[in-house]
Ligand binder design. Structure first.
Ligand code: ZN
Length: 241
């Protein structure tokens, strides 16, 4: 049984009527719901209220895949939590960073670049093209996913070249974006997935849900390092002869 942890800062959905109407219990509640229905798994959720006190090293060590949504409160997540997430990924934990989590502390640390991108809110439609149909994350998805409205993200997206690019987003206004980026870092796997602005019902879209479920399956650890260390090896003199 997979152990999934979802972090969503849960600020927009408590403050803004438009977001509350789409996600009355928060984005994390919708994600936890479709993940627990779609996979044999347990799901725990955390928000900005308890991320620094309850998302502990122990919780992360018992997490197979961490899903992260953040936007306006990246700096409310402590450096300690960000560092713990990074080290757990290097040890083998899977991580999925959604939408504006491109600037989440652990994502930026894992990428090592600014992760800046071009953006605007213009209620534009998006076509999310599968550019790697053999990739497990695109399994069961057609040539493209159509979204009636999304926030526009565009290149240049300042990330390291992905190990696998799974989706390219095209927006009505003409921008294109590397929307589905897969990485391996240490023993862990990371997937960045662009759709999911807080005012649109993107996470209720069955195809978007399917991509996230696929990404969990892909990112789940094959094995996990007990600890990260640089082992000092001494070869016995008799072994050298
Ligand atoms: Zn957004």
């Amino acid at each position: 049984m997979l152990r999934i942890t979802v972090y969503n800062e849960f600020i927009h959905e408590r403050k803004h009527e438009r977001c509350k109407a789409v996600y009355p219990d928060g984005i994390h509640a919708v994600i936890a719901d479709f993940v627990s229905k779609g996979l044999d798994c347990s799901v725990r959720t955390f928000t900005v209220d308890n991320v620094n006190t309850e998302l502990t090293e122990e919780v992360l060590a018992q997490t197979d895949v961490l899903i992260w949504w953040g936007h306006v409160a990246h700096n409310k997540v402590s450096d300690e939590v960000a560092q713990m997430v990074k080290l757990q990924v290097l040890s083998g934990m899977g991580a999925i960073f959604l939408h504006s989590a491109h600037l989440a502390k652990p994502f930026v640390q894992l990428m090592g670049t600014t992760c800046f991108l071009r953006w605007r809110e213009a209620d534009e439609s998006e076509r999310l093209w599968v550019c790697n149909p053999g990739h497990p994350i695109a399994n069961g998805i057609g040539p493209c996913i159509e979204l009636a409205c999304e926030e526009t993200y565009g290149e240049h997206f300042d990330i390291p070249t992905p190990d696998d690019l799974v989706f390219i987003g095209w927006f009505k206004g003409g921008n294109v974006f590397r929307s589905g980026c897969a990485y391996r870092r240490g023993m862990g796997k990371i997937f960045y997935f662009q759709p999911g602005h807080e005012t649109y019902p993107t996470y209720k879209n069955p195809e978007i849900q399917k991509v996230i479920l696929n990404a969990i399956g892909w990112a789940a650890p094959v094995r996990r390092a007990d600890k990260l260390e640089c082992p000092h090896e001494v070869i016995a003199p008799e072994a050298q002869s």
